[in-house]
Design a protein around this ligand. Structure first.
Ligand code: HSE
Length: 362
């Protein structure tokens, strides 16, 4: 059985959850999936870097309080994250990028992904920055190097929106997408309907782990703006920039507004949409909408997200599921490794390190 060696870039909630999955159920997954996963490098802005090419013992790292974790002083550890060195030089198969999303230029994650692809390593990321702002050049680079660039978790965490559109909608023309794509704002809107004030509802969403470190991006729609760009670009073949996507958040909606809407049979939702115009161009926007009860997105509540695909032959197909959460987002990374394995294991001509590993190490 083959094995993929991983470098985890960023050791916040999501990559820690992936490490938990590997540590706690790695053997079971290997048996089911036909390949193993081993972490050989971790970098983190706060904790530094840790490298062990024989495989890092994850249990003590996961037992430590995240804020107190430091790799300095450990064998193979350093207080310096040494991202470029780890990504380029440490022998790994897959670089798992889960640092913070920078909505302005996507850095430093864009560089992390580029360094990995340039080094002939596959990349999985949950980071919206590189996908929304630089996916074309990064996908080109991946194709040139014969490696994969996977990013299912950038939209709706582990709910397989992008792969559903890519793999299951063959022969359909997708004319537009509409989604509730931010768990925090959707949770908050639900609490406003129950009469809870905005700051209290936001604090609850942070406590539950849905919100970004700075919840402004969740509440003001900037998180959805990036997800709309990703969907428009991946599903509708657009090439949108942020300034192309109108964006309004939910901060002006009061508990009174939300409760009045419910009395009228309406639900306020933060809706991101992208629609193909008659001339072939794509219009995209993010704005709160008071949806009637029969709308496919009206019943999507709490941190649950959904995307409605408008198609020519099937009408509207709606996929719903978790849109946030540590484990749910870590699952997206696991699904990305499965996609990499399926693609490269089946392709005898691809330069897979899985085969190289078996040759050199087993
Ligand atoms: N903070 C986001 C949300 C999760 O609340 O949906 C990651 O995009």
């Amino acid at each position: 059985m083959g094995r993929y060696d991983l470098a985890l870039i960023g050791f916040g909630g999501v990559n820690r959850a992936l490490a938990e999955l590997i540590s706690q159920r790695g053997d079971r997954l290997a048996e089911e999936l036909g390949f193993g996963l081993r972490v050989v490098a971790i970098t983190d802005l706060r904790a530094g870097s840790l490298v062990d090419t024989d495989g890092i013992d994850l249990a003590p790292l996961l037992a430590a309080e995240p804020r107190e974790l430091s790799f300095a002083g450990l064998v193979g550890g350093s207080a310096d994250p040494r991202n470029e060195w780890v990504i380029r030089e440490v022998p790994t198969d897959i670089v798992v990028e889960a640092t913070f999303t920078n909505p302005v230029d996507g850095e430093p994650a864009v560089s992390h992904v580029r360094w990995a692809l340039e080094s002939g390593k596959h990349v999985c990321t949950t980071n919206k920055g590189p996908v929304a702002l630089a996916s074309r050049p990064l996908k080109r680079l991946a194709a040139e190097r014969g490696v994969s660039f996977e990013f299912e978790g950038s939209v709706l965490s582990g709910t397989p929106i992008l792969r559903t559109a890519e793999r299951l909608f063959g022969g359909l023309e997708i004319t537009g997408v509409q989604g509730v794509m931010n768990g925090t704002s959707n949770y908050v809107l639900g609490r406003l309907e129950e009469g809870v004030d905005l700051p209290v509802a936001i604090a609850e969403a942070q406590e539950l782990g849905y919100a970004e470190a700075d919840p402004t991006a969740d509440i003001e729609g900037h998180d959805v703006q990036l997800k709309v760009m990703i969907l428009a670009n991946e599903v509708l073949g657009a090439d949108l920039r942020r300034e192309d996507v109108f964006c309004e958040g939910i901060s002006s909606i009061t508990p009174q507004d939300a409760q009045d809407a419910v009395r009228k049979g309406l639900r306020w939702k933060l809706v991101g949409s992208a629609t193909r115009r008659k001339d072939g161009t794509v219009e995209a926007r993010v704005a709160p909408l008071a949806l009637p009860g029969h709308h496919p997105l009206a019943g999507i509540s709490g941190p649950v997200n959904a995307v409605a695909f408008h198609t020519d032959l099937l009408g509207t197909v709606t996929v719903s599921g978790p849109g946030a959460g540590r484990i749910e987002t870590a699952y997206a990374l696991l699904s990305d490794t499965i996609a990499i394995h399926q693609r490269h294991d089946a392709d005898d001509t691809a330069p897979t390190r899985l085969v190289l590993q078996e040759t050199h190490r087993d």
